[in-house]
Structure formats: C-alpha cells, structure tokens
Design a protein around this ligand. Structure first.
Ligand code: FRU
Length: 510
C-alpha cells in the first residue's frame, strides 16, 4: 500500500511505503535547488534507466533503475511510479529489489493478454517483466522474468529463472514485444562488448529460441546497451511504415560520452535489415540515454511514446543534486519523416504536457538586433517556449534561458554553418565534473529557411525540439534559483523574430 500526501503550502511529499516486510518513510520537498518541477524524479536516492514501461488498465507504468539505499549507482533494483496522464506521477513501493546474489538490471514489461505464460490467477491478464539479473560476485548476466497479478503493485520472480543464460558476463537489457503476424513474443537484447543485438522468440515468455543477430553496425565505438525495436508510421505517407531499432552506446556518442543511435529498416519476425549503413544519432545533446518505449498503448491511441534518462555516464554519479540523483525526460511521441530521401526519427513532446500550461505571453514580427529582453512576464524557471526566427543578415540568432548577470544557457542558430546549437558553458554550476561543460551542435539545416524551436525549460534541464522534432537536444543544467530571465538575441546583423510564445508551466508536485 502506498500513501502520498501532498501539502500545497510546503509543496512536500510524505511518502510512506508499508510493504509486508518493510516500512519506509521518506520525505522530500519540491522546493529543493535543481528539483525538476514537471519531470519525473525519485523522491530520494539514485535513478538511472527507465524500465518496464507498460500501459495497463488506465495506468502508464514507469519503473526505473534505482538504488534504494543511496544517491550513487548500486544495489540496483526496480523503482516504480504510475501515471494516468503521462504528466503527474504517483510513487509506488520498490517493485523488484536486488537479492543476495543478483541485482535487477534494465528490462521491459508486457501485458500477457492471452495468459501465454500461465501466470494469471484470475481472468485478468498478468503483467510480465523481463529483465537482466546481474551477479556482482560472478562474471555473469542472464535474463529473468517476474509477474504481477495486481496491476503491478507486487511482482513475483518466476521460480525457474533464468529464462535465457548463454554464459556471458555482459548480456543485458531485454526489450520484449508481441509480434502479431506470427503470434509470438520477440526479444531484442544486447551483447554490449560485441556491439551486437540478439533477437529471440517465445510463445510463453519462459522458453526462448535464438532468431538472429544484428551488428556491429552504424557506430560501434562504445559498448551497446538498452535496445528497443518497434514499427512506426511514416508521416504524410498513408499506409507506409518502417521498423526502428534503437540502441544506446555507453561512450563515444556524438556529443561525447553516452548517447543513442537508431537504424531504420525492416523486421520480418526473425531478422532486422537496415536501410542504411551510416550512423543516425538520436539527438545531438548530451543527456538522453537508455530511452525505451511504452508497451501496450491501446491501438485507438496508436502512438509510440518513450522517454529517456536525462544523463550521461561521463558524470552521472557527480550531478550536484540532493537528496536524489537522476531525472527522466518528458515523454515524447515518435514518428518517421522522409527528409532528403531518407527516413528520419521525429520526436515530439506528448500533447498531454499542455495541461501544465498557465500564463501565456506572445510577441510577433519584431526586428532583432543585439539582445532583447522581452520583459519579466516572459521569465521563469519552468517554461514551454515556441520560437520562430528568420536568420536574415545575422551571423547567429536565438534565445537564452535561465539568465542572470553571469549565467545563461544559449539555444542558437549559426547562420554560417546552418547549425543549431545549445551552449551550456555559462549555464550555472559546471564545476562538479571536467567533462560537464560544453556546447553541442546539430547538423546543417540550411541557412535561409525559418528556425523553429520548441523548448521545455525546467529547474535543471532543457529539451530543445528543433525543426519540428527532427533535431533534438537534451541537457541538464544547474543554474542558480535567481537565474530566471529569458532573452532573445541576434549577432552580426539583424534577424527577424517571427513569433515567440511562452507558457509558464505548473509544477506537478502542487
Ligand atoms: C545503462 C545500463 C544498462 C544496465 C543498467 C544498470 O545505463 O548500464 O545496460 O542494465 O544501466 O543499472
């Protein structure tokens, strides 16, 4: 049983878990410096990858890699939260704890609609989690399953675990989905050191048969982890779809450190065949890792939605937050769009986030020369911003958020190279790790069309969806509380601000 009490004045959470053998009381205020106001973060302690993403009976489940005992990586277990709207989250007790011999590493969950596993205890389908058991005292990882017959409130490990063991030290992060054409479950799972993904099939989630292997391909400079595989519709091409295979890379990604890439191609139930050999990066920012999509979103909704851990293994254990460490991105819906003959992944903030919008301010049709302060009304630390610029004669045009006299995070367009960038070098506290400060650029967008930015600013992050979601940057930033203005600017010549819309966003903790 879990009880969450929110007091609006103190904006605090009293979070009491009364499990059968444990009783924990944890408190966290949502006024803490750097506490995200509309992103999911654990009340206390460490969080990394999202896990076990599944929609069932009106609830989106978000489970996650969690250290219940500390603020650094360790004792890996599955934490748990649920939401009915993808925006407000209710914390639940630990779902899958570590055991004496195994940690619970990343994995997925599905609704076993036909009770293929036989785990059901009523006419309701069980939820089945498929995850990696990591043996800290042996060089071994293998795949486990656990099931729930009470809407994910309690999970029971299967008595005959592991369900796949190939005797490897690094073999992890199974993502399972139902492959309807052949009425079977398919798993994609990583062999990180080989830079390979293996596909397996099962009819009951317990017995798995090896299907095929993919990789190394694209970029294989860093270890491969946390894959996902799904079919997506192509925008503006009715009836056309392709498969997307996404894989994360522990180091050497495009913005330095960890990051994700994806392949567009065909999956025929056995083998994935990519359409291309070059590397497609998921995004050009620093802090988006281990993204996985929700399973079982109803067909009438039809969206493929995911979120990722807003972090980078370069400095993840050093982020200057307390008493928690780790934040998930906003949920994003995915499509494919044909760009220059190639199909590219498009990420867009889910529409549900619009319920957070409060005061709205707009200006349009302004000449921009130098720095323009649109006024206090536009400022804030939790904002949604839509901006459209015509670069005109400028060398650089854009906006700055979390601004004070000596701090600003810059989102700009470099006219000469046609690139969009996010510069966090003066974003606030950058000293906690030498690799943290940086400025990151995305590939040329042309330099004569409009620049369109959709930005979500929270107390310690920004997410930039540029050019209608085709170019994405996700960054953690650690500004001071008083760095709360925004500015528009053009350098080297005038630019034209077509429009600026700013919404102040509500906290989800109110
Ligand atoms: C990715 C990862 C996964 C692993 C988990 C352990 O961030 O390394 O491969 O399952 O974290 O916490």
């Amino acid at each position: 049983m879990s009880l969450q009490v929110r007091t609006s004045l103190a904006v605090s959470i009293l979070f009491i878990c009364l499990g059968d053998s444990q009783s924990i009381a944890q408190e966290a205020t949502y006024q803490e410096q750097y506490r995200p106001q509309f992103h999911f973060s654990p009340a206390v302690n460490w969080m990394n990858d999202p896990n076990g993403m599944v929609y069932y009976d009106g609830e989106y489940h978000l489970l996650y890699q969690h250290n219940p005992e500390g603020i650094q990586w360790g004792h890996m277990s599955w934490g748990h939260a649920v939401s009915t709207d993808l925006v407000h989250w209710t914390h639940l007790p630990l779902a899958i704890p570590e055991t004496d011999s195994t940690m619970a590493f990343s994995g997925s969950a599905v609704v076993d609609w036909q009770n293929s596993s036989g785990f059901a205890t009523s006419d309701k389908p069980p939820l089945v989690a498929i995850y990696t058991a990591h043996y800290p005292n042996q060089r071994k990882q293998n795949q486990y399953i656990a099931y729930s017959n009470d809407r994910g409130r309690t999970w029971t490990p299967y008595e005959n675990n592991p369900v796949i063991d190939i005797g490897m030290a690094d073999f992890r992060d199974p993502k399972v989905f139902w492959y309807a054409p052949e009425e079977k479950w398919v798993m994609v799972v990583a062999l990180p050191l080989e830079r390979k993904l293996h596909f397996y099939a099962s009819v009951n989630l317990k017995d798995w048969e090896f299907l095929s292997s993919f990789g190394p391909s694209g970029n294989a400079d860093g270890i491969w982890e946390c894959p996902d595989l799904f079919e997506l519709k192509v925008e503006n091409e009715p009836g056309v779809s392709r498969w997307v295979l996404q894989v994360d890379q522990g180091s050497e990604a495009i913005a330095g450190g960890s990051g994700g890439q994806y392949f567009v191609g065909y999956f025929d139930g056995t083998t994935f065949t990519p359409d291309h050999l070059d590397t497609y990066w998921l995004e050009y920012g620093r802090d988006f890792y281990a993204a996985v999509s929700w399973s079982d979103i109803p067909a009438e909704d039809g969206r493929r939605i995911w979120l990722g851990w807003m972090n980078n293994w370069l400095y993840a254990n050093d982020l200057p937050t307390h008493p928690w460490r780790g934040v998930q991105s906003i949920p994003r819906s995915l499509t494919l769009r044909r760009t220059g003959g190639e199909l590219r992944l498009i990420q867009r903030p889910v529409e549900e986030l619009q319920i957070l919008r409060r005061d709205h301010f707009r200006i349009e049709d302004q000449l921009l020369t130098g720095t323009m302060d649109p006024g206090d009304a536009f400022g804030g630390k939790a904002l949604e911003i839509l901006a459209e610029f015509q670069p005109g004669e400028s060398e650089e045009v854009g906006l700055r958020v979390h601004v004070s006299d000596d701090e600003a995070t810059i989102i700009g367009f470099d006219t000469q190279y046609g690139e969009i960038f996010v510069n966090g070098r003066r974003s606030g506290n950058i000293d906690f790790h030498p690799s943290f400060p940086g400025s990151h650029r995305g590939p040329p967008q042309g330099n004569d069309g409009p620049v369109r930015l959709h930005i979500f600013v929270d107390w310690s992050s920004i997410e930039v969806f540029a050019q209608d979601g085709s170019l994405v940057f996700t960054h953690r930033i650690f500004p001071r509380m008083e760095s709360d203005r925004i500015e528009l600017y053009a350098k080297g010549g005038p630019a034209h601000l077509v429009s600026l819309d700013v919404w102040k966003l509500d906290s989800i903790w109110k």
